[in-house]
Design a binder for this molecule. Structure first.
Ligand code: PCA
Length: 206
């Protein structure tokens, strides 16, 4: 049995994306479940296509998409994805969609199917700042979350899926005022959240 956890490439002129830095440090196995890790491009379309190619082939039981939300003080599991691409800056392929539906004619929004409250409790219990977020934005992260929830919603055996945004890690904010957490804390919090998803996957099996 496996689950997939993804991080993004750096974007917006940065050299680091904390999401991939943290995801690649996750254990390879938790409670017998394989943790597959993948770095995906910060590009509308291709980001989600890359994951969906994997889910169709490898059939993971859950997909946790992890991204960076610079400026936030907490790890923020996302509650909802909305059906719109509206970029404030070009993606890594220069695309700048404005008010464009992600999937024409599909639902306006999907709620996460990850156990978001339990994830928050678990991250809180390891002492890492965490808060629910009610908007994943309208950039590439929301795009990927929406596409995965839409795919899972149409599948016969839907995988659990949702999104976790991470704040900057300390090395990204040297000389700046932006809030940040030590990478170690971010990794500890993320792992606690992933463990909750592993438990949920194992429970569904029985
Ligand atoms: N954060 C961006 C896209 C990639 C990432 O890590 C976002 O919040 O949409």
């Amino acid at each position: 049995m496996k689950i997939l956890v993804t991080g993004f490439t750096p974007f917006g002129g940065q050299t680091i994306n904390v999401s991939w830095k943290a995801v690649k440090r996750l254990p390879d196995k938790i409670d017998g479940v394989e943790i597959c890790k993948m770095e995906i491009p910060t590009v509308f379309g291709k980001s989600a296509d890359t994951i969906l190619e994997f889910t169709r082939r490898a059939k993971p039981r859950a997909v946790i998409v992890v991204g960076e939300a610079g400026g936030r003080k907490y790890i923020t599991p996302e509650r909802v994805a909305i059906n719109v691409d509206d970029a404030r800056m070009p993606d890594n392929n220069g695309q700048l969609p404005v008010d464009r539906p992600i999937v024409k004619g599909a639902r306006e929004a999907y709620f996460t199917t990850l156990p978001v409250r339990k994830i928050i409790e678990a991250i809180d219990q390891v002492g890492v700042p965490v808060q629910i977020s009610n908007s994943a934005g309208t950039y590439v992260c929301n795009h990927v979350m929406y596409r995965l929830l839409h795919e899972a919603n149409m599948a016969q055996m839907p995988f659990l899926t949702g999104f976790i945004h991470l704040p900057y890690c300390e090395e990204q904010v040297v000389g700046k005022d932006d809030p940040a957490l030590p990478l170690q804390d971010i990794c500890r919090g993320l792992e606690a959240g992933v463990r909750v998803v592993v438990e949920a996957v194992l429970e569904r099996e029985h």
